[in-house]
Design a binder for this molecule. Structure first.
Ligand code: N7H
Length: 515
């Protein structure tokens, strides 16, 4: 496939910015607001649906469009800061200008691909995909045992319904803009005829097939536990500025520069289930697409705060504050400053605006516990050939989710509202990416070292191995006292999710719209 309008490549990896959907990039959609709309394709009208897909590409954003939007916003922000400076207004008080923007992505489940004419007629080679990408082909519910997900009775009806064939992810800077964009796509896809809401609950809950998120108005960039999010992200040659060499002063041995084929399906994108002579084992129509994992993850902020306060009170001689305990669980301070770097061991006093961009670091010793969320999910080391996990080098994801729900208010004990993260990540193969990270790293007491403890943020154990009160354990380490076991309540609860494939623009208007 030709490469169009891409910036010069520094390492020979080229990206077709006009063919790849625009959220498959570490910066992703610019957004204050985002909706995830889940639909079913009416089997009797699958031909009409395929015809409609031909008209869809102008409403779906390419990487080129999203990059232009991000550049436009960066320029407007820089101008606002410059203008404020002249008036003597400090940078932190500048409100970024809101440029009216929305962007959309479409993705399909394997069930959805099977229903459309190209799937029925065998043009999509889905039997090959069953071999190369079993997790995607089976769907998230069937992957439950591998992921060690709890039974799905905690899931929202929408995800339990098993009727999801496709999803629209639309991000923008206002709800109105996002709603308009959604309505336009629904009209193009003949909502009511060719597609219907995946789950239709009672009339009193009309938005059952739609899940909305928004950046926290007074804490933009911070998730509900209070941490700066979206710092560490893989950088792809051809669209990102690459990171400099790993910084030896910060013990870094690798950086986040990532071969795009780990994130986007290309000719040589690996799959655990492909032998080396099956290069290109996936059908070509999948090139320039990516696998998307969606999880609705509810966060128990009250339990998080109580836990960090309790552990601090028990060990005041070791931990200077509940915030320090929280940093031990996360691996970064709330500001984003990495615990692993000597300058940040004990004080979160750094300017959050600089701290939050620090990413060129590695790990030495256990000042940052091996079980801490960011150390579990990115081991930041050169993988030796005999490493216990042969997939480790390929385990990279692009995270582009958004928080949902209102802020937790400690003072209102009657408040029953819920909150969390609409987690979305992209990868070239689910087994190598999300599944390995969640199942074999975060959920394993013995990764990365024997008896390291669970990832305290997202680790889950099956009901069978939980304690009597449903608690699980992690290990906090520190310089003075070595290891210290922490009993965890389930801080994050899965409310449902699904696996999707995000096709290229040419596949949408080509093979997928064949009738
Ligand atoms: Fe995690 N959090 O906001 O507390 N995550 N995450 N995550 N996460 C990270 O670097 C969080 C989840 C990764 O390279 C930070 O952006 C929460 C899942 C990876 O150093 C924070 C939830 C998976 C990284 C959080 C959640 C991951 C990462 C630090 C669920 C994959 C980069 C800021 C509710 C299976 C690690 C940053 C690196 C970082 C939070 C979920 C993976 C603050 C609350 C399900 C790869």
């Amino acid at each position: 496939m030709d490469t169009v309008n891409e910036p010069p490549s520094q390492t020979g990896h080229q990206l077709n910015l006009n063919d790849i959907q625009g959220d498959i990039w570490s910066k992703g959609f610019p957004k204050f607001y985002e909706t995830y709309y889940f639909f079913s394709i009416e089997p009797s009208n699958a031909k009409i649906f395929a015809q409609c897909l031909k008209d869809l590409p102008p409403l779906i954003s390419t990487l080129k469009k999203v990059k232009e939007d991000q550049d436009r916003i960066a320029k407007a922000n820089a101008e606002a800061i410059e203008a404020a400076k002249i008036k003597g207004i400090p940078e932190k008080d500048v409100i970024p200008p809101k440029i009216p923007i929305s962007n959309a992505l479409i993705a399909f489940t394997s069930k959805g691909l099977k229903i459309i004419p190209a799937g029925v007629q065998g043009d999509l080679g889905l039997s090959k995909v069953r071999n190369t990408d079993p997790a995607f082909s089976n769907g998230m519910v069937k992957d439950k045992d591998i992921l060690r997900d709890p039974v799905s009775d905690t899931w929202d009806n929408l995800f339990q319904s098993l009727k999801i064939h496709g999803m629209l992810k639309i991000g923008g800077n206002s709800k109105d803009k996002v709603d308009d964009h959604l309505r336009e796509i629904q009209k193009t896809l003949k909502h009511g005829t060719a597609i219907v809401d995946a789950f239709r609950g009672s009339p009193s809950t009309p938005t059952d097939s739609r899940v909305d998120g928004w950046t926290r108005p007074n804490h933009r960039g911070k998730e509900h536990f209070g941490f700066q999010d979206c710092i560490s992200r893989p950088r792809m040659d051809g669209i990102d500025e690459l990171e400099p060499d790993p910084d030896p002063k910060a013990h870094a041995v690798v950086n986040m520069n990532t071969d795009p084929k780990l994130l986007i399906v290309r000719k040589n994108t690996h799959s655990e289930n492909m032998t080396s002579d099956q290069d290109g084992g996936r059908p070509e129509w999948m090139y320039n697409g990516s696998f998307l994992v969606f999880r609705k993850l509810e966060q128990n902020v009250k339990a998080f705060r109580e836990l960090t306060t309790k552990e601090w009170k028990k060990n005041e001689d070791l931990y200077e504050s509940p915030a320090y305990v929280a940093a031990k669980l996360m691996g970064r301070w709330e500001s984003g400053a990495p615990l692993a770097m000597p300058d940040f061991h004990t004080k979160d006093s750094r300017d959050p605006d600089t701290a939050k961009w620090i990413n060129n670091f590695g790990y030495q010793g256990e000042v940052c516990p091996v079980a801490a969320h960011i150390r579990k999910t990115n081991i930041r080391e050169k993988i030796p050939p005999n490493f216990q996990d042969p997939r480790a080098e390929r385990t990279r994801i692009i995270r582009n989710g958004i928080p949902y729900g209102s802020d937790y208010n400690e003072k209102d004990q009657t408040d029953k509202s819920t909150r969390g993260l609409l987690f979305a990540c992209y990868q070239g193969n689910i087994e190598d990416g999300f599944q390995n990270m969640q199942a074999n790293w975060s959920n394993s007491r013995d990764f990365r070292t024997l008896d390291a403890g669970l990832d305290p943020i997202i680790g889950q154990v099956s009901q069978k191995t939980k304690g009597v009160n449903g608690e699980v354990e992690t290990i906090i380490t520190d310089n003075k006292n070595g290891r210290h076991i922490v009993e965890l309540p389930q801080l994050v609860t899965l409310k449902g999710g699904e696996y999707f494939f995000v096709p290229s623009i040419s596949a949408l208007s080509g093979v997928l719209s064949k009738t």
